[in-house]
Design a protein around this ligand. Structure first.
Ligand code: ADP
Length: 159
């Protein structure tokens, strides 16, 4: 049976931290599906098309990666893609409580789907999409946090 993992998130925008995780996950699983949430409770800065296009463009050279959006329950999306694994990133202890709760709820909703956590390489542990957006809005340099085409898209959208 093929091991398929879903890596869900807002990816608003995709950062070098996400990419680090995706590259390492692609070596562990037969396929990794990046699932971009459409109906997150957060209001998105980039619309769903911009997030899909920019994410696709930065992962296109990695073999077994697919990028999709979804607006259903995560476990239902995973099932529809024959994925047995939900992959989430843990940067710091502060991520843990929310992620622990989320994985518990998902396990309750579908006990056949396992949540796995990965940590990024140390240099990416402080990167978050929300901080990237904040730094950009204050005119700061985001070039070490996101790929160049994502930086250009964000700047074009902001200014
Ligand atoms: P969400 O709104 O679901 O938190 P994000 O796009 O912010 O969506 O994050 C998606 C997943 O990637 C989450 O599990 C998050 O913890 C993880 N993540 C975010 N930034 C990083 C990073 N720098 N390194 C590793 N994992 C990360």
């Amino acid at each position: 049976m093929k091991k398929i993992a879903i890596y869900p998130g807002s990816f608003d925008p995709i950062t070098n931290g996400h990419i680090d995780l995706i590259k390492r996950a692609s070596k562990l699983f037969d396929a990794v599906i990046i699932g971009i949430t459409q109906n997150s409770k957060k209001t998105a800065f980039l619309n769903i098309d911009e997030r899909l296009k920019s994410t696709k463009s930065v992962v296109q050279e990695i073999d077994n990666i697919k990028v999709m959006s979804f607006d259903t329950l995560l476990v239902d999306f995973a099932k529809s893609q024959n994925a047995q694994i939900i992959l989430r990133g843990l940067r710091a202890v502060s991520d843990f409580e929310y992620e622990f709760q989320l994985s518990g709820m998902n396990k309750h909703l579908n006990p056949n789907i396992e949540t796995l956590f990965m940590t990024p390489a140390e240099q990416y542990a402080n990167i978050s999409s929300s901080l990237v957006r904040e730094i950009l809005s204050l005119g700061g340099d985001i070039s070490s946090f996101v790929p160049i085409n994502v930086e250009n898209l964000l700047k074009a959208k902001m200014y």
